[in-house]
Design a protein around this ligand. Structure first.
Ligand SMILES: [Zn+2]
Length: 399
């Protein structure tokens, strides 16, 4: 009998590998083969994984019984009996994905292939402290209720530093300090809960679209953070607070007070609200509300003037480029993805970042760096939160 626990049990990192661990690894390898190939056969999985035909048949029987893959009829015969084709059963599980970096918070149900089939939003923008935590509970509850398949787990991308136990150590924009989000949600919902920094989740989503590349993903919204993937793994750091670039001081004199309590942080000049404030101040118009849901460069150009907006974006790009120049020089990573929550403004920002990095880094290092915008649009963190659950619970990576 298949036990889902066999598939989900965490691998021991120390000590002897048990039979149970080996079985779980084989189940994950068989499932990953189906993900990679789309439609395949038992014989092909045996070739890909190096397992015997008998072992693969046994593993496939368990995965079919668990509803994760299905048989879809006969394939082409190579002489004898035609093989049975296997494919993923995308509707076999639902993943609850939540993005706390958007206002109001965003949530979705995601199938096993990464397709979103139900979306929902928090009731109110701009919530902080306990009110924001209550909103997360409400959002998760409504999505669990709306699920049409067994829920594999809940993935949450949140601003701030998140420890390995899923507690939010510090998220100044939400006024959260030491919030044990993973434990609190786990106590309420009897489901696996995975909480990660929003930029880390974003990096997982981009890695799924660009497998095999080292990459840095920079999220520019109300806050600014980076997710770093090296050698196929998300680099989270010791705390783990890797990529908290938003609070690097970039303004030496006359800096603005930041939400973290420091002065002149990158976020005070390159976050979306700070770009809007700068453009508004140059044009003499009123700055749009921070909590406005849909920021759009076209609408803002009409409101604040194209020139004022472009100059604010160029200034933000110069500051962001200054910080990214250090990352390029230290890590020598060639793929940098910038995800900006200001539709239509990404190219202006990318151009300014590129120029600044070129001016600050050795030409042989800077010239090979590709700057691009995300292919996931505003769904980036939701896709990453779902990818986190998929990799932690089933050992599978999209891509
Ligand atoms: Zn700061």
């Amino acid at each position: 009998m298949f036990s889902e626990q066999t598939l989900k049990r965490p691998l021991s990192t120390v000590g002897k590998t048990t039979k149970h661990d080996a079985r779980r690894r084989n189940l994950q390898a068989a499932l990953q083969s189906v993900y990679r190939e789309g439609t395949t056969t038992r014989a092909h999985i045996a070739r890909l994984t190096g397992l015997t035909r008998a072992a693969v048949s046994d593993l496939i029987a368990q995965l079919v019984q668990a509803g994760l893959i299905r048989e879809v009829g006969p394939g082409v015969s190579s002489g004898g009996k035609p093989p049975t084709l296997l494919t993923l059963n995308p509707g076999g599980r639902d993943i609850v994905a939540i993005d706390l970096s958007r206002q109001p918070f965003a949530g979705a149900l995601v199938d096993l292939e990464g397709r979103m089939h139900h979306r929902t939003w928090g009731r109110k923008a701009g919530l902080r402290g306990r009110a924001a935590i209550r909103e997360v509970f409400q959002l998760v509850g409504s999505l669990v209720e709306a699920a049409s398949a067994p829920v594999l787990g809940v993935g949450i991308g949140t601003p701030g530093i998140v420890d390995l136990g899923g507690a939010v150590v510090e998220a100044s924009n939400l006024r959260w300090h030491g919030v044990p989000l993973q434990d609190e949600l786990g106590a309420r919902f009897a489901l696996p809960i995975r909480v990660a920094n929003d930029a880390h989740a974003a990096a997982l989503a981009e890695f799924g679209s660009r497998p095999g590349f080292n990459l840095v993903v920079v999220k520019v919204g109300v806050g600014i953070g980076a997710g770093i993937v090296v050698n196929g793994h998300l680099y989270r750091g010791d705390r783990p607070g890797a990529g908290e670039i938003g609070h690097i001081r970039v303004v030496n004199d006359d800096g603005i007070l930041c939400t973290c309590g420091n002065v002149g942080c990158l976020e005070t000049v390159a976050s979306v609200p700070s770009i809007l404030r700068r453009a508004a101040s140059a044009s003499g118009a009123r700055a749009p509300d921070d909590a406005e849901v849909a920021w759009d460069a076209g609408k803002l150009s009409r409101l604040l003037g194209r020139e004022a907006l472009q100059e604010a974006l160029a200034e933000a790009g110069r500051s962001l480029g200054t910080v990214l120049a250090h990352l390029v020089a230290i890590l020598d990573i060639h793929q940098i993805v910038i995800a900006m929550e200001l539709e239509g403004a990404e190219q202006d920002l990318l151009d300014a970042v590129r120029a600044e990095v070129d001016a600050r880094v050795l030409p042989s290092l800077a010239s090979v760096v590709e700057f691009s915008s995300t292919t996931h649009g505003s769904d980036l963190v939701l896709v990453g939160a779902a990818a986190l659950v998929l990799s932690e619970e089933l050992g599978v990576v999209w891509g």
